[in-house]
Write a protein that binds this ligand. Structure first.
Ligand SMILES: [Zn+2]
Ligand SMILES: [Zn+2]
Length: 93
């Protein structure tokens, strides 16, 4: 069973596993961005304090590699088994 959420940027319905939550300025609202949109330069989060770099992570519980700004596994939505991997130049491109 796949849960889909609307991408806040492109409007497409994407799997929750392929979207990331983005904090919304509106209270009580949770927005999502698909991975392809979150890779694009953001025009809406110009107020974010620091440049965010996507890092390479590995969830030992799910045996799953993923790139994210935070070490939260998109599969189990947890941090318990997540370790940070090496970031190479290629990973940043
Ligand atoms: Zn999108
Ligand atoms: Zn996991």
């Amino acid at each position: 069973m796949t849960v889909t959420v609307p991408c806040n940027r492109c409007g497409k319905s994407v799997s929750l596993l392929e979207a990331r939550e983005v904090p919304s300025l509106a209270r009580g609202m949770m927005r999502y961005e698909c991975f392809s949109c979150s890779r694009k330069p953001s025009f809406t989060s110009a107020a974010s304090p620091a440049p965010s770099v996507r890092k390479k992570y590995y969830c030992q519980l799910c045996n799953y590699h993923f790139h994210a700004k935070q070490g939260i596994c998109p599969y189990c939505n947890g941090v318990d088994g997540v370790i940070e991997g090496n970031v190479t130049v290629q990973d940043l491109l």
